[in-house]
Design a protein around this ligand. Sequence first.
Ligand SMILES: O=C(O)c1ccccc1N[C@@H]1O[C@H](COP(=O)(O)O)[C@@H](O)[C@H]1O
Length: 197
Amino acid sequence: MKKIKICGLKRSEDVDYVNTYQPDYVGFVFAGKKRKITYDQAKELKKDLLSSIQVVGVFVNEDISFVEKLVKNDVIDLVQLHGQETNEYIKILKQKIDVPIIKAIQIKNDDSFNVDYDVDYYLFDHGSGGTGESFDWSMLKEVNKPVFLAGGINLSNIDEALKMNVYGLDVSSGVETDGFKDREKIKEIVRRARNER
Ligand SMILES: O=C(O)c1ccccc1N[C@@H]1O[C@H](COP(=O)(O)O)[C@@H](O)[C@H]1O
């Protein structure tokens, strides 16, 4: 069964929704504008989150000291690098923390799959993050690490996404209504991913 990640939690209600429907992962976003939260907000949200749900911190070219602080204080369990982070950045990060790292790759063409980062997972996305748009999934190529498929996954295309040969699906905009996480959409996305009636 594919793993499911619900990204961009901001409010205590969002924690309540994921505690109820229990995706494998949730994402706290520390970049951009729409879903960006602070260290203190993340700490508060994590306090009420079920310990069985893994928290991914999403960063764009972030200071390593900030990522380190979130990991060392058990606010996040995995790190998602969604910017132009290099292998040199990843090498320094790994000297400071010991949690799985996901490197997001923006898929533009066939060459986009020629990646060689010293990480645990790749995440293939359409754009720079949180755009709600998908790339052409028929382009997907196998790589030498488990892959999260991201970008514009929603209730109208989740069944197609579930057929892709990937480790997990990452959903953010697709489970929102008017910019806020939507209980019913999260319920249905998790149900479909788990193939439950
Ligand atoms: O969600 C954001 O605002 C964001 C900002 C900066 C970097 C990444 C961001 N989100 C990531 O984008 C993908 C796909 O999101 P969507 O489903 O298309 O809205 C997901 O991996 C989020 O982690």
